[in-house]
Ligand binder design. Sequence first.
Ligand SMILES: Nc1ncnc2c1ncn2[C@@H]1O[C@H](COP(=O)(O)OP(=O)(O)OP(=O)(O)O)[C@@H](O)[C@H]1O
Length: 579
Amino acid sequence: MQRLWVLISPDKLIIGLAFAALVIAALSEITIPHFVAAMIFSAQKGMTSDFYGNAKLLVLMSCTYGLFSGIRGGCFGIANQILVKRMRELLFSTLLSQDIAFFDAESVGALTSRLGSDCQQVSRIIGNDLNIMFRNGLQGLGAFMYLVTLSWQLALTTLGVCSLMWFLTTIYGRYQKRTSRFAQDLIASANEVAEEAFSLLRVVRTFGTEQQEVGRYSKWLQKLMEINLRQNIAYAFSTLSSCTLYHGTQVVALIIGGGFVMSGQISAEKLTKFILYSEWVVHSTWWVGDHWASLMQAIGASEKVFQLLDLPPSLQLTAPGITLPNVQGCVQFVDISFSYPTRPKVPVLQNVNLTINSGELVAVVGLSGSGKSTLVSLLLRLYEPSSGQVVVDGVPLQDLDIRWFRKQLGVVSQEPRLFSMDIASNIAYGCDGDVDQMEIERAAKLANAHDFIISLPDGYKTMVDNTRLSGGQKQRIAIARALLRDPAILVLDEATSALDAESEHLVQKALDRAMRGDGGRNKRTVLVIAHRLSTIRAADRIVVMTNGQVSETGSHEELLKLDGDYARLTKRQLSTLSQ
Ligand SMILES: Nc1ncnc2c1ncn2[C@@H]1O[C@H](COP(=O)(O)OP(=O)(O)OP(=O)(O)O)[C@@H](O)[C@H]1O
């Protein structure tokens, strides 16, 4: 509750207004039975002026109740919307500030479920549960005090019943809190399966595994249903006990109170008011209990959200770093060893030493799994090396302002992903401020993307749908994106996926231009994970990775002469590519 208060406290005014309206509405509502009873008994006794006096007050209280109930509902509704928005924003930015290793361990489906369903549950606490609990608690207390003034002996019977009701409710509330945590985890797991199936729909369709996916999804739904059924059974028991106690109180009060009336201890009017208000007390206790359980349920659901909100942001993003006036582009991997945090015992890179000089074009080759992409991830500082360091222009990477440094890099990955924005925004993605359309078109021309873009109905304003653009088209947009930054260091992961011959030719031409610096600079440093013989031959130096180590470096001819790993690799793989 304290955590929630911190989140909602910037809107103290609206919350204060909501609670003030709640108190006025609750107090005016609670007087209504009093005036109803008073009107009936003044009519019975023929007291006309009392009758109309009470009628006026009844109308006044009813109008006050209506007006302030509206204000209360509106204010709590607004506070609720603000809370859920703020909580989602905070959670989203906390998640985005985590290390990549965090996302290796968590699934996207589960995280989006935390953002969606869990945050919605939490927002219910303010908008619904607390609001109703507070209103009914206040009314129940007020009504009980009135009962004491009518007959403290009878009030004690009501207190006994309410205490029993509250005791049963707290047991039920604890059960709800525990089970709702599981329920939210199950919703997250089901979302994970759905997200995976949608994003890999082509694979699912190709292998005809739709039913299998429905089965995986249904497995979580079944577990969720079992938990919900258990919650429903517990709710049924809670309702059964509350209903029995609710009517039981009135029967007991009537029997004892009837005896008091017959013995002249209290009047029939007082007993009538007592019955009306005791109903109120029990009813309020019931409502408070019901929403207490619901509050516990929401608190259970909120635990994971708060756990995630407590995650400290990635050190790299918070640590202050330096910027360099001019990036020369000299990159050194100094005695780097590395294991992925999810598999700490499996060494992926071992004592890698490699210097890429400013303006040099270095091609990294090696068998699949030899650690080529990992090398790039370390240069981007997506992970921290287990030992050793990456040094850029003589400055260790961890001393540089990482956001600034990443802006000095142009990266084209093997399977570029585009955002659901228009093509121009995709090309300008990550650039500071407004980017001139001419600049965007110039980058697109260099990337051989301009012609296909202007042939689209909306040209550069065409909204990108990842599924409708071909692999080669996406690749060329990604190259344009990298070129627009005119980066000092360019990192390319050559596409091995089967591009059609025309696309491949266009992509290759674009990459050649990007590497050789037609994009603005005469020369830039290029690190390319190379699969094509033409790229490898054009490189100033070839680095061969074998089992996470640099096994050979040199030019194509030098390495062939060595007759080592590179020569074997070339015989095995590259001969087919050169044909
Ligand atoms: N996020 C990750 N978590 C754990 N292990 C990983 C991760 N990414 C890669 N690996 C493992 O690290 C090793 C090196 O992978 P890497 O992707 O660097 O190889 P690669 O040489 O680029 O391969 P390819 O040419 O097939 O892309 C592999 O054994 C791989 O399974």
